[in-house]
Design a binder for this molecule. Structure first.
Ligand code: TXA
Ligand code: MG
Length: 307
């Protein structure tokens, strides 16, 4: 990957075109956050409902604070976890820089400074905020390799930046910091324990405004039906294991029982299993704590349990 490819991506964004963007969590489909037509093209490409707002990706906390109003705790979270897999929802400050359609008309805005060097390079080459939902078609597992991203929405992108396999493999943690409360809207790579160590107990009973519209729909589902918390596969099912001795190592989320490895492999294995056209995909129980919360959240949604 050359500097020229990054420059081309920056130019494509300025021209109002879409770009496949690597991040440390999952691949994104990116557009100029201030350009309503470019943002509309994202919703179109993904088949995403327009009530579901997008995350604005920025270079750093200073850029984020030009888009959003941060209180002390939002600032503390950004200081601790950026650049990295945390998204902060805060009151919108600049309604033009992240256009109405990108915010789905909300008064709040989601911002994140990604940790992947190539994501940051593209944002810098572009010179503004970039909205980027996961590069899957709506409702499908997020792509965690360049090849999977190209297969999902590559046809809609003018440029595509290869950043290799995503190190984290599940989407960023989303927290809202509104009216003095910090709520967990989507469990992710930064764990609830890590957040609480910094800002105290999280508000888990999400109230008005402390909700993610995107969490209402069935999500992350492969074509094959998914069953979770099972110990034995049925005839024709592929069993995804975890930990020593749990089935075929090829289909193990982590033979050593490591949650980080399991997160990094989760979506890739769901996609690979799906390609075999099995009767179904069965998944063994995954521990609930730490990163396990995000893994179980995605699996529940893949299995069709919503909300
Ligand atoms: O890791 C990630 O966050 C990836 C990479 C590409 O950065 N992006 C990603 O974007 O997962 P997306 O669009 O697939 O998920 C964004 C989530 C959705 O659940 C959406 O509803 C929520 O963030 N969200 C965005 N703006 C919001 C807001 N103002 N209030 C509440 N939730 C919001
Ligand atoms: Mg998504």
């Amino acid at each position: 990957m050359t500097v020229a490819a990054i420059e081309r991506a920056g130019q494509a964004l300025r021209d109002g075109r879409l770009v496949i963007l690597p991040t440390e969590t999952v691949y994104g489909l990116a557009a100029d956050a201030a350009n309503p037509e470019a943002v509309a093209a994202i919703f179109e490409a993904k088949g995403r409902p327009r009530f579901n707002p997008l995350i604005a990706h920025v270079a750093d906390a200073a850029a984020a604070e030009r888009l959003a109003v941060f209180d002390d705790r939002a600032r503390r979270l950004a200081d601790a976890f950026w650049p990295g897999p945390l998204t902060i929802v805060a009151p919108a400050r600049d309604r033009e820089a992240v256009c109405d359609l990108a915010r789905a008309g909300l008064d709040s805005v989601a911002v994140r400074a990604p940790g992947h060097a190539r994501a940051r390079a593209v944002i810098e080459a572009f010179g503004g905020a970039v909205v980027a939902p996961s590069a899957n078609r709506s409702g499908r597992p997020s792509p965690t390799t360049f090849e999977d991203a190209m297969e999902e929405t590559g046809a809609f992108a003018a440029e595509a930046v290869d950043g290799g396999p995503c190190a984290v493999g599940v989407e960023s943690t989303v927290v809202s910091v509104l009216d003095g409360r910090v709520s967990l809207l989507r469990p992710g790579a930064v764990t609830a324990e890590e957040l609480e160590a910094l800002v105290g107990p999280l508000d888990r009973a999400a109230g008005e405004g402390h909700r993610s519209p995107g969490r209402l729909a069935l999500h992350y589902a492969p074509d094959a039906p998914v069953r979770i918390n099972v110990t034995e596969a049925n005839e024709g099912e592929i069993l995804l294991g975890f930990g020593p001795g749990a089935g075929d190592p090829r289909w193990s989320l982590s033979p050593e029982g490591d949650l980080r490895q399991a997160a990094a492999r989760l979506f890739r294995l769901l996609r690979e299993a799906d390609r075999e056209r099995p009767v179904g995909i069965a998944v063994v129980p995954i521990p609930a704590q730490g990163l396990g919360e995000a893994i179980n959240d995605r699996l529940k949604r893949a299995a069709g349990f919503v909300g």
